[in-house]
Design a protein. Sequence first.
Length: 214
Amino acid sequence: MAQRGAYRPRKLLSRSQEAVRRTVFVKYIDHTITEQILAALFGSYGTVVDCRICGDPSNGLRFGFVEFQREEEAYSALLLNGIIIGMYPLSVSPSRTAICPINPRFLPQSEAEWEICSRTIYCTNISKIVQSSDLKAFCEAYFGKVCRLKLLDNDKRLTNLAFIEFAEVDAAIAALGCDGIFAGGHRIRICPSKTPIRSYCYGIACAGMGVGGD
């Protein structure tokens, strides 16, 4: 039993180290660049299995992680170092950490929930002065009817985050086109949600469900 117990942590560590070697670290990501755009760019060097963008969308110093299926693909992607996308040349280097996985219990569990995800957006960098009613009124005025909205107040951050589920996919698409819009003095980061809104989802546990790591 002792041997089995000692083996499992080493095995998990080995898998983590393998993931690190398959991952590149990207700096100076322009606020107009989405995870989809970044993944498409790096996809020319191999199969991208995960892509996360983190940081404040109001400045050009955001960073991200791109994980490939194979280690040699990550090595080849280092050739993208210095490429200009948006307004900044990217800095691409080997990552020292792996991408933190999303808690599986938050992911869609049915076809219906996958459909809900297609109508749901994840927003970060929301001013503390913006209330749920303000956010809903704004979204319905410019994008379309909102079915559900969950505004999460994070005491450890200067800004809040939110999940917004629209009645129609077109409304969510319209909202995604306004990524970087100013509200309450802050540039709001808008991206597709990887999870539906759940009644038990709250706080920091939700923070990785949109961009992951944001």
